[in-house]
Design a protein around this ligand. Structure first.
Ligand code: C2O
Length: 557
């Protein structure tokens, strides 16, 4: 294994999409940002220099950061943000992971423009658990584009208490594609040869929407999720929540089909109830075949265009489609890639995940739910307030006073029937509350969607760990009945899971990584409203079970 060095200059760059030009925060002037490559076992050293007026930090989404929590990246959780003119060197080793992940800014909504792929190849002499593809395609990253500054969108929403404006376009590798105005040329194109297998790396870096994705007349074989191999399965449509990544195999037609195929992605729910018909399109085209072909090829421009069919938006049909789809994911669970599912549990938690409200401050008019409040979101009715210093530093130096409290409730403050009539009290409690876990605790966590303000799913992301998804279902979780059906043999292992709309999901993990680890909804709007909490995992007794001290250039608040 080797050490790989990268430099991220955070700077402003003018970018034009949908005929709107704006100056936006980028890494090295690129949108999306640079690709980062490594092999399993390598060390990554990334120097981030901030040349913009905004504070910033970078998160390596899905990287376990074993005993390197200082470099995880969420602002005010594991570090203070990097201020204007300052720099910070992220320095960590990739242990036991290979596949596709991504990196993104982790403060406010800056990740709308500051994100890029993170490709981890297997060790040099290791092979994939599937036949070697003909070619690996550079990552396909889904994102969202606002014509205005996304920072202005969220700050205005937080002020008025209203829901933020939805984006103006979805994008593939920053490109909206031909179904949007002014975007014919700004289209992602994938050129392929007939009769070959391609490895596609898909990343959902959108801010606020789960996406359906499909390529006309081609099925995809999913082989990896969140940088963990799975038992391969075929699908025509796949669902990806923000924060999820996946590798798929695309087998091309045996002969040149003389047709061009659209690939489409569009939301499952458009989060906030506004019906939004936006669809990003890319193009799959077969390169003109060699002269050996009997019939002359149709020129690319004249070929008919085929469109895939996607499940409907904001529909219960799609909700069962999503549940069936997510149930197909299984760990390989073989001798080479075992699934180390915790068979016993030391700590059980039940968290409700959902929206709510805060009262409107006096002498202000608010546009949130019930006309006169501010939108909020919570875990167990607690809406998480970011501290003004880094939690990890406070924990490490033993100075939690005034920074956080350790009384995060292990069950909801206000239980009710999550699928019955919503309560009229949607108020959240505000606080910076954490759960403290002893080193190596075996944890089971059931997350129940509350559907207080309408049904929607929440992609929950845990920093510092992968977890096993041992069960899921619709309705209220039943602690007496449901655990009997948990899969403790080959459940999928990942870092982000959709808590189903009107349902629940159960996960298990071992708290073997000392530090402070954020868990949150990967919809940025819900994150901003407080749908987050943190776990503190204490040091173990042995030297290799302790978090080392922070680096000398660790940012100050
Ligand atoms: Cu990809 Cu805390 O985030």
């Amino acid at each position: 294994s080797v050490t790989r060095h990268y430099k991220f200059d955070i700077r402003l760059q003018n970018v034009t999409r949908l005929c709107h030009t704006k100056s936006m925060v980028t890494v090295n002037g690129k949108f999306p940002g640079p690709r980062v490559f490594a092999r399993e076992g390598d060390r990554l050293v990334v120097k981030v220099v901030n040349h913009v007026p905004n504070n910033i930090s970078i998160h390596w989404h899905g990287i376990r950061q074993l005993r390197s929590g200082w470099f995880d990246g969420p602002s005010y959780i594991t570090q203070c943000p990097i201020q204007t003119g300052q720099s910070y060197v992220y320095n960590f080793t990739i242990v036991g992971q290979r596949g596709t992940l991504f990196w993104h800014a982790h403060i406010s909504w800056l990740r709308a423009t500051v994100y890029g792929s993170l490709i981890i190849l297997p060790k040099r002499n290791a092979s994939y658990p599937f036949a070697k593809p003909h070619k690996e395609v550079p990552p396909i990253i889904f994102g969202e584009w606002w014509n205005v500054d996304p920072e202005a969108v969220i700050s205005q929403a937080l002020q008025t208490g209203a829901a933020p404006n939805v984006s103006d376009a979805y994008t593939i590798n920053g490109l909206p594609g031909p179904l949007y105005n002014c975007s014919k040329k700004a289209t992602y194109r994938l050129k392929v040869k007939p009769g070959k297998t391609y490895l596609l790396r898909l990343i959902n870096a959108a801010l606020n929407d789960e996406l359906f994705f499909s390529i006309a007349n081609h099925s995809l074989t999913i082989v990896e999720a969140d940088a963990v191999y799975i038992k391969p399965f075929k699908t025509n449509v796949l669902v990806l929540t923000p924060g999820q990544t996946t590798n798929v195999l695309l087998k091309t037609k045996p002969h040149d089909p003389n047709t061009t195929f659209l690939m489409l992605a569009r939301p499952y729910f458009t989060g906030l109830g506004t019906f939004d018909n936006s669809t990003v399109a890319g193009i799959l085209e077969y390169e003109n075949p060699s002269t050996s072909s009997s019939s002359p090829p149709t020129p690319l421009k004249k070929r008919p265009l085929l469109r895939p069919k996607l499940p409907p938006m904001n529909s219960t049909i799609s909700t069962s489609f999503v549940m069936n789809f997510t149930r197909k994911f299984r760990s390989l669970a073989n001798a080479k890639f075992p699934a180390n599912v915790p068979q016993t549990v030391q700590k059980r938690f039940f968290f409700t995940i959902g929206l709510g409200s805060n009262p409107c401050p006096k002498n202000q008019t608010c546009q949130g739910p019930n006309n006169s409040s501010k939108f909020a979101a919570s875990v167990n009715n607690v809406s998480f307030i970011l501290p003004t210093t880094a939690l990890l530093q406070a924990h490490f130096s033993g100075r939690s006073n005034g920074v956080y409290t350790t009384d995060f409730p292990s069950s909801p403050l206000r239980p009710f029937n999550y699928t019955g009539t919503p309560p009229n009290n949607t108020r959240v409690s505000n606080g910076t509350k954490v759960v403290v876990l002893q080193y190596n605790t075996s944890v089971e966590l059931v997350m129940q969607d509350t559907s207080i303000l309408g049904a929607e799913s929440h992609p929950l992301h845990l920093h510092g760990f992968n977890f096993f998804v041992v069960g899921q279902g619709f309705g209220n979780f039943n602690p007496n009945k449901d655990p009997a059906n948990f899969n403790l043999v080959d459940p999928v292992e990942r870092n982000t899971v959709g808590v189903p709309a009107g349902g629940w999901v159960a996960i298990r993990f071992i708290a073997d990584n000392p530090g402070v680890w954020l868990m949150h909804c990967h919809f940025d709007v819900h994150l901003s409203w407080g749908l987050r909490m943190a776990w503190i995992v204490q040091d173990g007794k042995l030297p290799n079970q302790k978090l080392p001290p922070p680096p000398s250039d660790y940012p100050k608040c």
